[in-house]
Design a protein around this ligand. Structure first.
Ligand code: F6R
Length: 607
């Protein structure tokens, strides 16, 4: 839930570290710090709050000389977001500075042991044990100290380390937390995410778990956990720098909403050939497919809701039962999973701690895991038996948009692929494929046709709470629409299966209560209209989301959001677009910090 960055080369390190931290700020933003080596001493600057405070404190880095350093932006787990708890942490002898993303699970025992040996702790963090272990195990060889320290740590960690005895060197260690090396000219880098590297270099090395790297101005050496040098492939990043910039939009979230036609197209198009779906990366034989008795989808947050929505399409087309489980629940429930279960794991970041744990739990019980992931080389992508990437590009806003729609697009592709291979669906495969190919166009139309959303946001932004209702696929999207509204506008929003209202919740409906009614699924449209009539009879103000020209809904509701007349099987991925925009403009009315909502972070690497 934090971001780390490191640089060593010929330029001033502090400005480069600050720029990198700004790119990583979405990962955590309650405090930040840098440590730079200068004249064989380590200079540390830390602040509470945002990177902008660190820029101010260091005069955009100009006040901190030196060409080698490490930086950190924090989302507090152990200890409050204070300056003392901010990283980098220093060893008692001042020789080492460490930044850390992840959790050290055995830190309490280590802390007691180190206190017993006379080490003095300055912070409440789990991280601080690392820097004291480094001091304890250092006898003139940093690599040796790193190996011995890593050996003592249980949990997840991506570490950046500098040592005043080795000016010009930075060390990076990876164990179950993301870490990427950037190979530059006259300088090398590491970072939690490529977004912090692309403005300097497109040449990267993905570290695997248990590996560590030694970087100097002109060299990058990767070692295994025993210190044996490894030969690693240099990969080329094909994102352009603008992909990680706001590109003229006021917020990343708005930019990412607008990027969805392109992101969905990039996800779908390469998987379609000759009117059928093909996944080069998914080598499942027809025999293996026929062995699948059950599909279990697991994920967290919006990725879970993508699963809830995709379930309807998978069951409709593939006729295999699909259960969707929250990863945080699945991991602890002694799940009924065996070798006839196909586990589908969904994660934008590929680093979500609960999702990783659920994946491992199910693999141990014999299931094959298929991961739908956006971040290339992430932990989940590496752990899964099959990985299918969503080609959404970097998603910076904390609230996911293009991550969600590309996940759902992959679930649609899988449903059509499996249905085609198993011969399970009544619909014509070429027609379904053609409907998939039209999705980017319809998503663009959904963006274009809802220009009244800012006015609707003005009307609804002061509401005490909002209900989102719908049935079937509409219900799944209601869940995601309500989450978007909650997390960025801070309005209470509750999604309800429309048919359930009268079993209790309708008691809350009173005059002027806003109800957002999703009516894009023709199979349950009449039923949802009845629910609209019921809530209106009790005073609700209804904002309906439906197909353009749906006269029945238009005469039943007060306000409208529209989507184009697409194939209803895949309409859900279009239906979320107006709800993302509504949440965005409502948050704007409420003057919220849209890209970095309070208490949140982009990748949830802690339980
Ligand atoms: C909400 C949101 C989160 C994530 C969730 C899972 O807008 O972004 O709910 O969907 O934290 O994250 P990933 O997909 O990275 O596993």
């Amino acid at each position: 839930m934090c971001g780390i960055v490191g640089y060593t080369g010929v330029q001033g390190a502090a400005p480069i570290l600050l720029e990198g931290l700004r790119k990583l700020e979405y990962r955590g933003y309650d405090s930040a710090g840098i440590a730079v080596m200068y004249d064989c001493r380590i200079l540390v600057s830390k602040v509470t709050g945002r990177i902008v405070n660190l820029c101010e404190k260091t005069q955009n880095g100009a006040a901190v000389p030196g060409t080698t350093g490490i930086g950190h932006t924090r989302w507090a787990t152990h200890g409050a977001p204070t300056e003392k708890n901010a990283h980098p942490h220093l060893s008692n002898d001042g020789r080492f500075a460490v930044v850390h993303n992840g959790i050290i699970e055995n830190y309490r025992a280590l802390r007691e042991e180190l206190i017993g040996k006379g080490y003095v702790f300055e912070s409440e963090t789990d991280t601080e044990v690392i820097v004291h272990l480094m001091e304890m195990y250092y006898h003139g060889d940093v690599k040796e100290a790193l190996i011995r320290t890593s050996d003592r740590l249980h949990g997840s960690y991506a570490l950046g380390v500098i040592c005043s005895e080795e000016p010009g060197k930075i060390y990076a260690v990876r164990e179950a937390s993301p870490l990427i090396l950037g190979v530059g000219i006259q300088g090398n880098y590491f970072a939690s995410d490529v977004t912090a590297l692309v403005s300097h270099t497109r040449n990267v090395i993905y570290l695997d778990d248990g590996e560590f790297a030694e970087l100097s101005e002109n060299s990058v050496t990767v070692y295994d956990c025993l210190g044996k040098p490894l030969s690693k492939k240099i990969a080329r990043i094909n994102w352009d720098v603008q992909a990680a910039e706001k590109g003229g939009y006021e917020h990343f979230m708005l930019k990412e909403i607008m990027e969805q036609p392109g992101a969905v197209k990039a996800t779908i198009t390469p998987r379609i050939r000759d009117g059928r779906v093909h996944f080069e990366e998914l080598q499942i034989s027809d025999e293996e497919l026929r062995q699948i008795r059950r599909i279990v989808i697991t994920a967290c947050g919006s990725a879970y809701y993508a699963g809830c929505s995709g379930k309807y399409v998978l069951e409709k087309l593939v006729r295999i039962p699909v259960d969707v489980e929250l990863a945080s629940e699945l991991r602890y429930k002694d799940p009924l999973i065996d070798e006839h279960t196909l586990l589908i794991v969904i994660s934008q970041s590929g680093e979500t701690a609960d999702t990783i744990a659920a994946l491992k739990e199910c693999q141990q019980r014999g299931a094959k895991a298929l991961a739908i992931v956006n971040v290339v080389g992430s932990t989940i992508a590496q752990l899964a038996d099959y990985t299918v990437y969503t080609w959404a590009g970097p998603e910076i806003a904390v609230a996911t948009t293009k991550g969600f729609t590309t996940q759902l697009s992959v679930l649609y592709l899988l449903a059509v692929l499996f249905a085609d291979r198993l011969g399970t669906c009544e619909e014509s495969i070429p027609e379904l494929v053609s409907a998939l190919q039209k999705l980017p166009m319809y998503i663009q139309q959904a963006i274009d046709m809802n220009h009244r959303i800012p006015q609707l946001a003005e009307k609804y932004h002061g509401s005490r709470s909002l209900f989102f209702i719908g049935r079937n696929t509409d219900y799944a999207i209601a869940l995601e629409g309500a989450l978007k509204m909650k997390e960025i506008s801070y309005l209470h929003a509750e999604a309800y299966a429309a048919g359930e209202l009268k079993h209790g919740t309708i008691a809350l409906i009173e005059d002027h209560q806003p109800v957002i009614a999703l009516c894009c699924n023709p199979s349950v449209m009449e039923k949802t209209i009845n629910n609209i009539i019921e809530v209106k009879a009790r005073g609700a103000e209804v904002l309906a989301l439906t197909f353009r020209n749906n006269q029945k809904i238009i005469s039943a509701a007060d306000d409208f959001l529209f989507i184009p007349n697409a194939n209803p099987v895949f309409a859900a991925v279009i239906e979320i677009i107006p709800l993302q925009l509504l949440a965005y403009y409502t948050a704007k009315e409420n003057k919220c910090d849209i890209d970095k909502p309070r208490n949140l972070a982009k990748s949830v690497t802690v339980e």
